[in-house]
Design a protein around this ligand. Structure first.
Ligand code: HEM
Length: 462
């Protein structure tokens, strides 16, 4: 984020590092290794890019090493080119560092805080900084003696026991941490002897650091608590006159109650086949949720309930919701998206989950995905899907997303039935869907953001 300039509002955390790796100021395997790790998150790339992933990486690194839990906001926009060469370097003088931090939006006191907070983790690598770490036996010179996110970097500095190479290194010119830490007569460093002050200050400063974005980029409200309920993208299928819809409801910290029942309810789209209270379908199974590091730190538990509703295909559905009944005399809890229900915007086109399949072509040892889209319309309809392949990007940064649009063909193996016509295309096994667009009898329909991570096509070997 050091590319940020408060004076004109440009730069910030925008993953421009992907285009800046050849600069001496960004030397080191750490940058490349991190970007390679973060590449795994490209499964959601159009909605959650590299800049958001870097920010989330910082939140996980700090919390995972025992530091504060920094609230996370999403919405950063990935740069498409390099930014200015503004990363501070250890051989620069105090005035240059003070000005660099001012330009990035931080006061001299905040500069001391940020450097102390950052330099509680990791260290300096000899191969990358031979002028800082002169002893060639010394592979990695850590900033303090603990691997935790803690104020040891501060106490060891104040007690003169520090081995921080940017404080006591043989090369006086590169003792940038010493110049910064002592720049206010150690007043700020003294205050960090309190672990609470250190943690609170670091949480706030690193939070501001990762939320520094160019003017015009708007971040979401901070997320620090999990949502009470999460509903997965509903998956549809049409066969023999019935429409089926599979979805799940994740409930956070449920009490231990084996008598709990959860019901999926829906309203029809046309006609009145459902009563005013909704048509119903009970949950079919449940499973415990496995949380990430931060969920575990927060002591979360969760249960995911699965549903598979059979819906009259003619009257269809317009929205669905859930009712949680503890069956202990208490009123049921209604999960209805704040009153509006979970709205099915259109039911004219959908990926038909039971007709779609993963195919293994034994002739070429490749996995492909046969996607079948059901269309309420005839063979004159046209359908295309837009996909992106997280695995297809370059093997080195920048990891730029390739988005592909594929026209679907009439599916010979799925003859039309009940007013539905089926269209198909074979796509790479690793693609995710961005949207389906169809033209049916002169009207255009779009289904956005199909969540591929929950799709479980049957597997067939050819
Ligand atoms: C004047 C400002 C700064 C200078 C001159 C500086 C300098 C350095 C240098 C030379 C390294 C060694 C990199 C390597 O060997 O790959 C390093 C590592 C590191 N710095 Fe800074 N730094 C500064 C500010 C910050 C700030 C503000 C943070 C975060 C809040 C930070 C976090 C880190 C971390 C976590 C490492 C360890 C990386 C690893 O072990 O892979 N630094 N810094």
């Amino acid at each position: 984020m050091s590319t940020h300039d408060v004076d004109d509002g440009t730069g910030g955390l925008d993953a421009s590092i992907q285009y800046e790796l050849d600069r001496p100021q960004n030397v080191g395997q750490g940058m490349i290794d991190s970007l390679n790790d973060f590449k795994a998150f490209r499964i959601a790339a159009p909605f959650f890019g590299m800049a958001d992933t870097i920010a989330l990486g910082a939140v996980f690194a700090v919390a995972g090493c025992g530091g504060p839990l920094i609230p996370f906001s999403a919405g950063r926009v990935d740069a498409t080119e390099a930014g200015p060469e503004t990363v501070p370097e250890p051989q620069q003088d105090l005035a240059s560092h003070t000005e660099a931090f001012r330009r990035q939006g931080f006061t001299p006191t905040e500069m001391i805080g940020l450097v102390a907070c950052g330099h509680t983790l990791g260290g300096v690598r000899q191969v990358d900084f031979p002028l800082v770490v002169t002893d060639t036996e010394d592979v990695l010179q850590t900033f303090d003696t603990t691997t935790n996110f803690d104020n040891a970097v501060v106490s060891e500095y104040l007690q003169n026991t520090t081995e921080n190479i940017l404080v006591v290194g043989p090369n006086v010119t590169t003792r940038s941490d010493f110049r910064i830490f002592s720049s206010d007569g150690n007043v700020t460093m003294q205050s960090f002897l309190s672990s609470d002050t250190f943690n609170e200050t670091c949480g706030a400063l690193i939070g501001r650091m990762i939320n520094t974005v160019p003017n015009g980029v708007t971040l979401t409200e901070p997320i620090s608590e999990p949502f009470d309920y999460v509903v997965s993208e509903p998956l549809f299928s049409y066969r023999n006159g019935t429409l089926s819809m599979a979805t799940t409801l994740r409930v956070i910290n449920p009490s231990d109650n084996p008598s709990r029942t959860i019901t999926l309810l829906w309203a029809d789209r046309q006609g009145s086949s459902c009563p005013s209270t909704g048509c119903t379908s009970p949950s079919t199974s449940l499973q415990q949720v496995v949380f990430s590091l931060i969920g575990n730190i927060q002591g979360l538990t969760g249960t995911r309930y699965s549903f598979n509703a059979t819906i009259n295909a003619t009257t269809s559905l317009s929205k669905f919701w859930f009712e949680i009944n503890e069956n202990d005399g208490s009123d049921p809890v209604v999960v209805d998206n704040g009153g509006s229900g979970f709205v099915i915007e259109q039911d004219t086109i959908f990926i038909d989950n039971s007709r779609s399949e993963n195919l293994f072509l034994s002739s070429s040892f490749t996995d492909i995905r046969k996607v079948v889209v059901a269309v309420r319309g005839d063979a004159s309809s046209s359908v295309s899907i837009t996909t992106f392949d997280p695995n297809s990007s370059a093997s080195t940064p920048p990891y730029v997303l390739t988005v592909t649009t594929t026209e679907l063909q009439l599916d010979e193996s799925n003859p039309s039935e009940g007013g539905f016509t089926f269209f198909t295309a074979n796509v790479s096994e690793t693609v995710n869907f961005l949207n389906i667009v169809a033209n049916v009898a002169g009207t255009s329909y779009t289904q956005e953001n199909f969540d591929m991570t929950v799709v479980n096509f049957p597997f067939v070997t050819l």
